[in-house]
Design a binder for this molecule. Structure first.
Ligand code: DGL
Length: 269
């Protein structure tokens, strides 16, 4: 028993998303916790999750979790707002590890707005989930929250069209109404969207704050590891990457984030 406890800190952290988007969270985790081994799973074959039913998303999240647990993960980060919205309660009840989820950062946006108007861009599945409704009710009383489903944006990122003309037009269509309405905070409520920042920043004036919850999620992971006494503080952790779909975009993003060509394995789940 003592031996098992001693070993647990050496086990990897599992991170999954419907696709490549969760790399925006992976990036923050590896920066904050360089000693941890990380296993990233992109379920790109089944992406997008946003238009699927909660039952389908639960089944896919369960499959992703089983894969990561079979690899020995000590903690799992659901680096997907949509999967968190539909599946995190189920996962917490049914699996014996801690889960860290994602939800749109409307609390900091509501606290920091001076115009009293915030914009939230997320998937249909995220807006329909209990978490978003509860958090909105709790923190945005008296605040005008402009919500927008980011129709088509996840697909743009998955197909590596981050900075195309089509991306510009679609992002503008989704975001301009928030800008015009006077929002001074725009929450990126999907982990794919930070990869669209170069285009978003062409549309949004610098006076508007773009809110990405990824750094706060990385901090939550760190604190939970400390609480559970399973942190791994050695010098450089090992990273593994898996995808159920095409690996090209994952490799491009990894090169962009780390500067290196990293190995990605294609798997069937
Ligand atoms: N990255 C996922 C999220 O954070 C994308 C959802 C999807 O696949 O539609 O919501």
């Amino acid at each position: 028993m003592v031996f098992l406890f001693f070993m647990k800190h050496q086990q990897p952290i599992g991170i999954f998303d419907s696709g490549v988007g969760g790399l925006s969270v992976w990036k923050e985790i590896q920066k904050l916790l360089p000693g941890e081994d990380l296993i990233y799973l992109a379920d790109s074959m089944n992406c997008p999750y946003g238009s699927k039913s909660p039952e389908e998303i639960i089944a896919l999240s369960e499959k992703n979790t089983r894969f990561l647990l079979a690899k020995g993960c000590k903690l799992i980060v659901v680096a997907c707002n949509t999967a968190t919205a539909s599946a995190i309660d189920y996962l917490r009840v049914n699996f014996p590890v801690s889960f860290v989820g994602m939800e749109p950062a409307i609390k900091p946006a509501a606290m920091n707005t001076s115009t009293g108007k915030i914009g939230v861009l997320a998937t249909k599945g995220t807006f329909e989930g209990r978490l978003f409704k509860e958090t909105s009710k709790k923190y945005t009383a008296g605040i005008n929250t402009i919500i927008q489903v980011g129709e088509g944006l996840v697909e743009l990122v998955e197909s590596n069209q981050f900075e195309s003309e089509a991306a510009f037009e679609l992002i503008k269509k989704h975001i301009q109404p928030m800008v015009d309405a006077g929002a001074d905070q725009i929450v990126l409520g999907c982990t794919h969207y930070p990869f669209l920042l170069p285009v978003i920043e062409k549309i949004v004036p610098p006076t508007i704050q773009i809110v990405d919850p990824a750094p706060a999620v990385a901090l939550r992971v760190k604190n939970l590891l400390i609480e559970e006494r399973i942190s791994n503080d050695r010098n450089q952790g090992l990273w593994q990457f898996y995808t159920t779909g095409d690996k090209a975009t994952l490799q491009i993003l990894l090169k962009r984030i780390t500067g290196n060509e990293l190995l990605v394995s294609v798997i069937g789940l």
